[in-house]
Design a protein around this ligand. Structure first.
Ligand code: NAD
Length: 485
């Protein structure tokens, strides 16, 4: 193993070395180099974090919301100061471009900003005279220890979808980052340490399945915010439910983008390119399948192919690079396997990203932009989540045919329509079963004060992350009915 530091846990306000003998390598996907080692924390270490968070809860929930919120005003200031450093760390462990990483940090900060409004956002409501001389009110109370199981693809933003709201509402928190991209969390926790939260309020435990299961099975935790793939999300949802916990499970996706004949061709093409190739296709909101209406199909395909050919693939830290690598050698092999399966199924490979070479980076996990034409709805590339830079184009004859294809997908994370007709736009928003709908938007990503939705196999639970949903997820409504004699 290469000599790089082993990442520490952050428990009860202290950086603690893990005793685990199960240690994995973290690689920079652009260079293939090992950049850190991450321990799979032991059951005892995960339990230590749960104990610390429970102990801290008693005082933290009594800390007044205005005081709790002030920590997040300061956290925002620190994040602004360290903005570039935070973004660079995302690039180094995840591979996305520096501009994409800046966007990620900005979205994370917006969630910190949301938490500064907690004193008013978590207010309940009341009514006078529900019966003679009797008043009734709802108060929202924090519940205890919440935890997040995070994915690799937004290693900084996803933890921030939950941590600020959970903690500002008065809960204590444990983050278990992705073992593939755990270093951005370290950067966030350096700031959290500097902010001086009381020990145990916010904790970090590295690990994978075993740590997740310890958190899920413990009577010392109240709920889980999971973001990751659908098969794992389903397991986590079931285990959380069996243990009587709250769960918000944001899962995998296959997103369809419908282009109507009256769409603005140039601007639509730009949006489709960003949607499919932004973050090398490793976004849960990434466009995967373009449904092109007959009338616009040929000109759209030509425009997309021309643009895909000039995408510059490379190390995301270099300015002028449009697309970085995928996350691991395994992810690269999986993407190439999809391309080969699609070829066998008869799809027409219009742009082939398999053999892309990046100068100076012989060991990076690069896949170039890939486009398939003549795709049929039952092909693997039209059905399964690839999570790589592969665009599949299906020609459709009518809006109804497109709707049928979208409705047949088990996923319902996002869907977009490109049109200049209000009628089609409204119909699409009304009829399509997907949580995040874009009207002439390629990546329908809700801002912090709106819920990040998802339907069907893309979301399990009731209350989504962010917005009012997030506040309700992290609080319990209590009804107080009052009469004074
Ligand atoms: P993943 O499912 O492999 O891992 C997610 C988390 O679950 C990690 O922290 C991992 O350690 C943990 N985990 C893995 N196996 C587990 C198990 N058996 N029990 C408990 N926990 C377990 O996901 P990933 O590959 O890191 O992320 C990519 C996926 O995330 C894609 O499918 C993408 O669509 C999805 N995603 C969804 C959203 C959304 O909001 N819907 C956002 C981002 C990413």
């Amino acid at each position: 193993m290469v000599d790089v530091p082993v990442l520490k846990n952050y428990i009860n306000g202290e950086w603690i070395e893990s005793n685990s003998t199960d240690i994995r390598e973290v690689r920079n996907p652009a260079t293939g180099e090992v950049i850190a080692k991450v321990p799979m924390s032991t059951v005892e270490e995960t339990e230590d974090a749960i104990k610390a968070a429970n102990k801290a809860f008693a005082r933290w929930r009594r800390t007044i919301p205005v005081t709790r919120a002030r920590y997040f005003f300061e956290m925002k200031t620190l994040m602004e100061e360290k903005f570039e450093e935070l973004a660079r760390q995302v690039v180094i462990e995840n591979g996305k471009t520096i501009d994409e990483a800046r966007g990620e940090i900005r979205r994370g900060i917006e969630n910190v900003e949301l938490a500064t409004g907690i004193p008013s956002l978590m207010m309940g409501y009341n009514a006078e005279d529900v019966a003679v001389d009797i008043d009734e009110m709802v108060i929202r109370q924090p519940m205890g220890v919440f935890f997040c199981l995070a994915p690799f693809n937004f290693p900084s933003m996803v933890p921030l979808w939950f941590l600020p709201t959970a903690v500002a509402t008065g809960n204590t928190f444990i983050l278990k980052p992705s073992p593939i991209a755990p270093m951005s969390s370290m950067k966030l926790f350096e700031l959290i340490d500097e902010l001086g939260f009381p020990p145990g309020v916010i904790n970090l435990v590295h690990g994978d399945v075993d740590s997740a299961n310890t958190l899920l099975d413990s009577p010392g935790t109240k709920g889980v915010s999971f973001v990751g793939s659908t098969p794992v999300g389903r397991i986590v949802y079931e285990r959380a439910a069996a243990n009587g916990k709250r769960a918000q499970i944001q899962a995998g996706a296959k997103n369809f983008l419908l282009v109507m004949p009256d769409a603005d061709l140039e601007r639509t093409a730009s949006a489709l390119m960003t949607s499919c190739y932004g973050c090398a296709g490793e976004r849960c909101l990434a466009g995967a399948v373009i449904l092109a209406m007959d009338e616009i199909h040929d000109s759209l395909v030509k425009t997309l192919v021309d643009r895909a050919k000039i995408i510059r693939v490379g190390n995301g830290l270099e300015e002028g690079v449009h697309m970085g690598p995928v996350i691991t050698a395994k992810a690269k092999a999986r993407t190439i396997d999809f391309i080969e399966r699609a070829l066998k199924e008869g799809a027409n490979l219009l742009v082939d990203g398999r053999d892309v070479k990046v100068e100076g980076h012989p060991n990076g996990f690069f896949v170039g932009p890939t486009i398939f034409g003549d795709v049929k709805p039952d092909m693997c590339i039209a059905q399964e989540e690839i999570f790589g830079p592969v665009m599949s184009i299906i020609k459709v004859k009518s809006y109804e045919e497109a709707l049928k294809i979208i409705s047949a997908s088990p996923y319902g994370n996002a869907a977009s329509i490109f049109t200049s007709s209000g009628k089609w736009a409204r119909k699409f928003g009304y009829e399509v079963e997907a949580g995040n709908i874009g009207i002439n938007i390629g990546i329908a990503a809700p801002v912090a004060h709106f819920p990040f939705s998802g339907m069907k196999d893309s979301f399990f639970g009731d209350l989504h992350g962010q917005g009012k949903d997030g506040i309700r997820f992290f609080t319990e409504d209590k009804v107080v009915i009052t009469r004074w004699f």
